[in-house]
Design a protein around this ligand. Structure first.
Ligand code: ATP
Ligand code: MG
Ligand code: MG
Length: 554
């Protein structure tokens, strides 16, 4: 491996392998809180941690950081596992912080016995006021010097549910004048009489993030605990808590930080995404407009496109906003290789080929994917009455218009060259039929001179009689603003795009009947689409993943 190609995280590991660690010491974890579905930001962390596991052949644990019973649910645990598996990663061990509640409690009792923790019986407001400011020291709690016996008895009462919610907390006794505010006697436990999705009503006290995370890493013997930059000031506390329990015979985990990844025109925060779901702005966590992994999946994104996206933005030390077009580029790039081409007309107008025999149907051969030799061919029906896109015809146009006009020739994809002859209009002047003639010698792939003739435009079409009506859901960005959640004066919901979903009936070539849920195709000249799970026997539903950047017109 070339040294230059390593990112700064890999450099940290390589340096440790040179000095303190052996290869078999390496162990990583991905630690989601099961309070929502995973989003595209999490994908960066998943690809980072599981990618390191693959590179170093080291275990990666999936650890549920489930210490807040008020917000966590089994549904989220299941969704998180499904999404990571779908991305194609395998965890070594499925772990839960809640499995360590007893060990954490026992250690907390040791801290009390060593004079390193005390029960504070003030309100959280009073505790906050005594914290001081970064430039002025905090004030000691009047309970800071409680006796060990009293602390042990009160902590037991908290645990046994003999204390009311919010009556006491357990705090680490560190330094009320530390320049790091987090070191000013942080709270380790609070009392909560809530049902936990795994431990039920067994526990009436719940450990805080800082007390839980490092100790969980230590229990699992995680060598490198990578988290996002906002945890940088927590590192000192992470280390202090480890010092209290650390046995030098064992491996000592390290916390290191990388920059959060944000995506434009959306929000990447489970809490904010939960509001979109709760307020009915989207249909659920896997609504195709959501930046969740399951939403992107339903939108038609492939696991590879998400992994390639994460890989291409890499890990960094500074937070930045990635434009959503970069994500779209990755899915186009992947689907261009993988998706079969089909013809679907979204906004139809009737095209009649006046010199084509009435009642005749020809089944023409169409190539599935010119980017993939193994994709093969299919048959599409051709007949006298076709449907084309309204916007592919103008009665007259200048030389730059490469679609159909009267008196000019275009090719119908996989079929013949046609020439516009006349139009039929209704009383309001709307075009109801376009009449044209076709050149019978110009069939695509026939090798005749007429078929090789160069015409400027190629149009997609479907045969009217065999056309399959399908529901098509056209999605657009969910927010009109690139960073909807960064405006001081406004709520991010003020920037919802009112036109993020348009539902239409489109007309598809009959081969689409065979597609299964989650199968992806390119509607030629239009974009990539995926079969939605709302499809029924009588009506297929397609989601637009992303439009094509370019049409065939050159
Ligand atoms: P959220 O605010 O969406 O709940 P979180 O950081 O609280 O995000 P966790 O479930 O705790 O969510 O995250 C699990 C892991 O994913 C953590 O290591 C976290 O740092 C990482 N992560 C979360 N969001 C991002 C992001 N936008 N970019 C990179 N990593 C992220
Ligand atoms: Mg978190
Ligand atoms: Mg969170």
């Amino acid at each position: 491996q070339e040294k230059e190609s390593l990112n700064f995280i890999e450099h940290i590991i390589e340096d440790d392998l040179q000095s303190t660690h052996s290869k078999s010491d390496l162990c990583f974890r991905f630690p989601p809180e099961p309070n929502g579905y995973l989003h595209i930001g999490h994908a960066s962390s998943i690809c980072l941690n599981f990618g390191l596991g693959l590179r170093y052949n080291a275990p990666v644990n999936l650890r549920f950081d489930d210490t807040n019973p008020a917000k966590e649910e089994q549904e989220f645990v299941d969704a998180i596992k499904r999404d990571i598996e779908w991305l194609g990663y395998t965890w070594a061990t499925e772990c839960y912080a809640s499995d360590y509640f007893q060990q954490l409690y026992d250690w907390a009792v040791d801290l009390i016995k060593n004079g390193k923790a005390y029960v504070d019986s003030q309100s959280s407001e009073a505790i906050a006021l005594q914290k001081g400011t970064p430039t002025t020291p905090g004030t000691a709690s009047p309970y800071r010097n409680r006796s060990i016996e009293e602390n042990l008895e009160l902590f037991r009462k908290m645990k046994d549910g003999e204390a009311a919610e919010g009556e006491h907390v357990l705090r680490a006794k560190i330094d009320m004048s530390s320049s790091n505010m987090l070191m000013r006697d942080p709270v380790m436990y609070r009392t909560l009489h809530k049902h936990h999705h795994r431990t039920g009503t067994d526990w009436k006290i719940f450990p805080m993030y800082d007390w839980t995370h490092g100790e969980s890493d230590y229990i699992e013997q995680v060598s490198h605990s990578f988290c996002t930059l906002e945890f940088l000031p927590h590192r000192e506390l992470y280390d202090w808590f480890l010092d209290q329990v650390y046995d030098p015979e064992k491996l000592r985990p390290k916390q290191r930080e990388f920059a959060r990844r944000n995506l434009s025109h959306t929000v990447v925060s489970k809490r904010k995404l939960a509001r979109l779901v709760e307020e009915g702005i989207v249909s659920g966590w896997d609504d195709p407009r959501m930046p969740t992994i399951s939403g992107l999946r339903r939108r038609g994104y492939t696991a590879d496109s998400i992994k390639n996206f994460a890989e291409s933005i890499g890990v960094g030390k500074r937070e930045n906003l990635i434009d959503v077009s970069h994500l779209e580029f990755n899915v186009r790039d992947d689907l261009n290789k993988k998706a079969d081409r089909v013809m679907v007309v979204l906004d139809p107008v009737k095209l009649i080929i006046t010199n084509y025999p009435e009642g005749q149907t020809e089944w023409l051969e169409a190539e599935n994917n010119q980017e993939d030799d193994s994709a093969g061919f299919r048959k599409v029906p051709f007949s006298r009455e076709l449907l084309i896109e309204k916007e592919d015809f103008k009665e007259s146009a200048n030389k730059k218009y490469f679609r159909l006009t009267l008196g000019k020739e275009v090719r119908l994809k996989n079929a013949y060259i046609i020439k516009g002859e006349s139009v039929v209009k209704d009383a309001e002047g709307n075009i109801t039929e376009i009449h044209c003639t076709y050149d019978p010698d110009s069939k695509s792939g026939s090798g005749t001179e007429a078929s090789m003739r160069r015409v400027k435009g190629t149009l997609h079409w479907v045969s009217a009689e065999q056309a399959l009506p399908v529901e098509v859901r056209l999605y657009d960005r969910l927010f009109t603003d690139p960073s909807p959640d960064t405006h001081k004066e406004k709520d991010f919901l003020d920037f919802i795009n009112p036109n993020s979903l348009e539902v239409i009936t489109a007309y598809a070539e009959p081969s689409l009947k065979e597609l299964k849920v989650e199968e992806k195709v390119q509607f030629q000249r239009l974009g990539y689409f995926v079969v939605d799970r709302d499809s029924t026997k009588s009506k297929m539903v397609f989601n637009r993943t992303v439009p094509l950047r370019d049409s065939w017109a050159k």
